[in-house]
Design a protein around this ligand. Structure first.
Ligand code: SAM
Length: 366
């Protein structure tokens, strides 16, 4: 395999030479015999920043591919021991080579299915970065994490999480998500967290989201895991349902069994999604300690603005067309008028604690 040398963060490493895998002038990182996607740099940058703040001694990089992620944890976040793993033999040779190139001192390398590895190892930060859905690995990740440890999950299966593939969402996440709601990006993150909370509760563990976001083509959530049936029970209390009215754009969420089907504004049938996580998406202390440069820095700053915002947002584009407004008001105007918050989920999204009727007034007067 011909290789190319790449630099990312403090790591210099080999990947299969992308030039050899261009087909008809096109290229997809999935065509490489060992996966490396430069578009996921932001995912790794933020994960490294989080590792700097939580300072785990042992990290399990369960889906290492080239090893770049685990190598960056060691070089940039001072992680003293990294457990690398990939089911693919080609990846293992590359990981070995890249570990040498970066003079990583303390490590283990495994060529196992991630579930088998996670059922046999313990880490204080476990990174789950598979292709598509992380669902098949949630339970073993929760088992593998040490006391008050942290797990980072990546999900690239946007379509079920956002409501475009209802059957797949039912299968992978045990949730009803039959139609894309206007705040579908946040629904996606919360369905993923809801599933993680449910699976953790089987192990009598509770979850505490410390940082959750959407970017481009993926979701990423970091959760702290705490042991005990009481912790599991209280984390399950954060699960509930959200509903949006397709006619007037009113939305409501609830974690008791109240009926969300009928819109209390216009009486239409609402679209209901869930179960999903209705609690906080962030741990303020951790998030405010995280800093980065470039795209990751910009994203972190946006996320920091919404630490204390309520769940779910009005997407001004969709909301304006539901209300038949002649033009979409500016996000800034609606944030100001509703004493609201910007959200990283949608550049035209506004979160607010104001009542629907007040938001409507702002929309009509802006
Ligand atoms: N974490 C890497 C990074 O940041 O560059 C990318 C990981 S890539 C999305 C997924 C990797 O998981 C691939 O290298 C693939 O071979 C490996 N993989 C897929 N299924 C696996 C499984 N069940 N157990 C372990 N590794 C698996």
């Amino acid at each position: 395999m011909k290789k190319a040398k790449v630099v990312e963060g403090k790591a210099t490493f080999y990947i299969p030479d992308p030039q050899d895998y261009i087909k008809d002038g096109k290229f997809d990182p999935a065509w490489l015999p060992v996966f490396y996607n430069p578009r996921m740099k932001i995912n790794r940058d933020i994960s490294v920043e989080l590792a700097k703040v939580i300072s785990p001694k042992i990290v399990i990089d369960a889906f290492s591919a080239s090893g770049v992620r685990g190598i960056r944890y060691a070089l940039e976040a001072g992680v003293s021991h990294v457990i690398f793993n990939d089911v693919d033999k080609n990846a293992i040779s590359l990981i070995e080579e890249n570990i040498k190139l970066n003079s990583i001192q303390s490590f283990e390398i495994y060529n196992m299915d991630a579930n088998a590895l996670l059922n046999s190892k313990r880490g204080f930060f476990v990174d789950i970065d598979p292709f598509g859905s992380p669902s098949p690995f949630i339970l073993s990740a929760v088992r593998s994490v040490g006391r008050r440890g942290v797990i980072g999950f990546t999900a690239t299966d946007l379509s079920p999480l956002e409501g475009s593939s209802p059957r797949s969402c039912r299968r992978k996440y045990g949730a009803i998500n039959n139609r894309k709601l206007s705040f579908s990006k946040e629904v996606g993150v919360r369905i993923l967290l809801g599933r993680i909370a449910s699976e953790a509760s089987v192990e009598e563990k509770g979850i505490f989201p410390i940082m959750s976001f959407y970017y481009g083509h993926f979701f990423r959530v970091f959760i702290r895991v705490e042991e005990g049936a009481t912790k599991a029970d209280s984390s399950l209390e954060n699960l509930g349902l959200v509903a949006e009215c397709p006619k007037c754009g009113f939305h409501k969420f609830s974690n008791d069994s109240c009926d969300l089907r009928k819109c209390e504004i216009c009486g239409s049938e609402m679209t209901v999604a869930g179960p999903l996580w209705l609690g906080s998406l962030y741990e303020s202390e951790v998030l405010t300690s995280m800093n980065s440069e470039g795209e990751a820095g910009k994203l972190l700053n946006k996320i920091k603005q919404e630490i204390s915002a309520p769940a779910f947002y009005y997407s001004l584009d969709k909301f304006s067309s539901m209300l038949n407004l002649p033009a979409v008001p500016s996000t800034k105007d609606i944030v100001e008028c509703t004493s609201g918050f910007y959200t990283h989920f949608d550049p035209k999204g506004v979160k607010t604690n104001m009542d629907y009727s007040e938001v409507i007034k702002c929309m009509k007067n802006s």
